[in-house]
Design a protein around this ligand. Structure first.
Ligand code: ADP
Ligand code: MG
Length: 273
């Protein structure tokens, strides 16, 4: 398959917006929307860092998209479009691409987004996928990192550290978990579940927010720095799943690991309690 066949067979069916021109033009058009700001973000995922070659192609595709939707959600933006840049190693087959595109199709439905364009290249190196996602907020309404004020509460949308636990299991860290909690954690590594609808509801309610991708402490540190405040959190109150507590326990070293691991793709925010 050459590049043009790949685009036409696997990616063009995902380009449902009129401004994508069926991926038959050099570029796409996003209509300017008076009264709104276009919010833009990009993230790359790469083999052996963010996913493994044995992962299903569909969840690899979905992870590439979702890590971007997480950023938009944290900014209070409603996602609409994305660009897809893929660097494909020689071993990639039509079967793999079919599953990859099916994963994207499912997430397009789930999140109400569509493909606008991208680039398709071959690589001698590892598989990598870069998505650029676009969303809208009402003008001036993007939730930044700098609005936190003394006296506010600090919140997070879900459990923290599950993805790191899953990665540790993939990396053969010793454990005694049964199949169910083990699969729960490895699934959380494979496929983040960013709170996209909740993100839209944050507009006008919260003072600052950030997506938790670098680790809860680092990301709350970003809010603290940008806002000029000190953030204090009670380590034991960091939400942790039963599976993760079974894996690592409740000691302070475990909690520190949870809070510094990253790849959570939840939203941390500050607000009036
Ligand atoms: P160029 O010649 O400028 O590199 P291409 O021929 O690569 O352009 O791309 C042709 C069209 O296909 C463009 O609209 C581009 O956005 C789209 N496209 C290429 N690769 C992808 C991809 N991986 N996903 C979505 N659209 C793609
Ligand atoms: Mg071109």
């Amino acid at each position: 398959m050459d590049e043009f066949e790949i685009i036409a067979d696997f990616f063009a069916p995902l380009a449902t917006a009129s401004g994508a021109f069926g991926l038959k033009d050099d570029a796409a058009a996003i209509a300017a929307r008076p009264g709104f700001d276009l919010i833009v973000t990009a993230d790359q995922i790469a083999e052996d860092t963010d996913f493994f070659a044995h992962d299903p192609a569909g969840t690899i595709a979905q992870k590439a998209l979702r890590v971007n939707l997480s950023d938009l959600a944290a900014k209070g933006a409603a996602p609409e479009f994305y660009l897809l840049v893929v660097a494909l190693p020689a071993g990639v087959t039509a079967e793999w691409l079919t599953a990859f595109a099916a994963g994207l199709a499912a997430d397009q439905k789930r999140y109400g987004v569509s493909l606008l364009g991208g680039d398709t290249a071959r690589t001698q190196g590892p598989l990598s996928i870069t998505v650029t996602a676009f969303g809208f907020v009402t003008q001036g309404g993007m939730i930044g990192r700098s609005g936190a004020r003394p006296g506010e509460g600090v919140y997070v949308t879900g459990t923290i550290g599950d993805s790191a636990g899953g990665l540790a299991i993939f990396k053969r860290e010793k454990h005694s978990l049964g199949e169910e909690p083990r699969n729960y954690l490895t699934d959380r590594f494979r496929l983040p579940d960013p709170p996209v609808d909740f993100g839209k509801s944050l507009r006008g309610t919260v003072s600052a927010s950030v997506d938790v991708s670098d680790g809860l402490l680092a990301d709350l540190g970003h809010i603290a720095k940008a806002s000029g405040v000190r953030v204090e959190i009670d380590a034991e109150k960091i939400p942790r799943s039963a599976a993760l507590r079974a894996l690592w326990g409740d000691g302070i070293d475990a909690i520190r690991r949870v809070a510094t691991a990253g790849d959570d793709y939840q939203i941390a925010f500050t607000a009036d309690p």
